[in-house]
Design a protein around this ligand. Structure first.
Ligand code: ADP
Length: 278
């Protein structure tokens, strides 16, 4: 497996406040890489740096073997697509028009769309399951619908790597699964590398091939879901006790939040919880 993103001693500060503190890790091509961690741990900042949006970081960052700064904006967009957390919902454009904009790094002189661009946009719309919305305006869609349209736009860009910042946050359960299945399909069928920030540890356990757990700009743990999502590591990261066992469906690691009152009622339950957790 080659390396999609290589990060060495990466540091970043907003004014005087140090956010990322010397991170080093690689993301292999073809991974479904999930970034987890409590609020404020630096996940979005890290992703925006990898997307080429935030500059002025310290350390080394290579995308597909080349320093990110050696790419032109257009060439970087052929390699990486970024679906931000806050997607614009006030756009007057139609869904088809927004998805077609994903072709801009590939389009020819003066940015005219060619037949192939239109076909790729239609395929991306169908792949993301938003055909029924194609003629609607973005400003008439729900948050979840526009999220899927911007995923279609990223697919239309035909990048090698897709970065997604909490793409399932505003989706109902069925659409969360649909979105995760779609990303898995992109990874398996189109050989894309998927990098996703999530707050849903169970989705990360079910779909992630590699998990990065961040806290305060540092790596708490990195590895397979089984290695990273343990009782002790999660307590260290989130500062709360979670039941960690296996789901009978597919034997995925399963994480269940436990109400504080359950633990307060009986101290022995703390022990039970730890012992139940594998
Ligand atoms: P996460 O995605 O893990 O919640 P972020 O990368 O969004 O973390 O933020 C990390 C820290 O950086 C937070 O403390 C946040 O308040 C701060 N931060 C984020 N964006 C800015 C900004 N533009 N200016 C100053 N501080 C920021």
């Amino acid at each position: 497996m080659d390396t999609a993103i290589s990060i060495k001693n990466l540091g970043y500060s907003y004014s005087d406040s140090s956010i990322l503190k010397g991170l080093s890790f690689n993301i292999k091509t073809g991974e479904f890489f999930v970034i987890l961690g409590p609020n404020g741990s630096g996940k979005t900042t890290l992703m925006k740096i990898a997307a080429g949006i935030i500059k002025g970081y310290k350390g080394k960052l290579n995308i597909l073997g080349q320093p990110i700064d050696s790419y032109t904006k257009r060439n970087l967009a052929k390699k990486i697509a970024f679906v931000p957390q806050m997607i614009p919902t006030d756009s007057p454009f139609t869904v088809s028009e927004v998805v077609l904009m994903g072709r801009s790094p590939h389009s020819g002189f003066l940015g005219f769309s060619r037949q192939k661009d239109v076909e790729t946009a239609m395929e991306a719309i169908s792949f993301a399951g938003v055909e029924h919305l194609a003629h609607r305006r973005i400003n008439q869609l729900s948050g979840g619908e526009s999220q899927r349209v911007f995923i279609a736009k990223a697919i239309c860009q035909e990048p090698e790597i897709i970065l997604l910042d909490e793409p399932t946050a505003s989706l109902d359960l069925a659409h969360q699964i649909k979105t995760m299945d779609l990303m898995e399909q992109l990874k398996n069928e189109k050989k894309m590398t998927i990098v996703m920030i999530s707050h849903d540890i169970n989705l990360a356990a079910m779909y992630g091939t590699c998990i990065l757990l961040l806290k305060n700009g540092k790596i708490i743990s990195l590895g397979s879901p089984e290695d990273v999502l343990t009782f002790d590591t999660l307590e260290k990261a989130y500062g709360c006790k979670l039941l960690v066992d296996k789901s009978p469906v597919g034997l995925f690691t399963r994480i269940t939040p436990v109400p504080q009152r359950y633990l307060e009622e009986d101290k022995q339950k703390n022990m039970l919880l730890r012992n139940f957790s594998k």
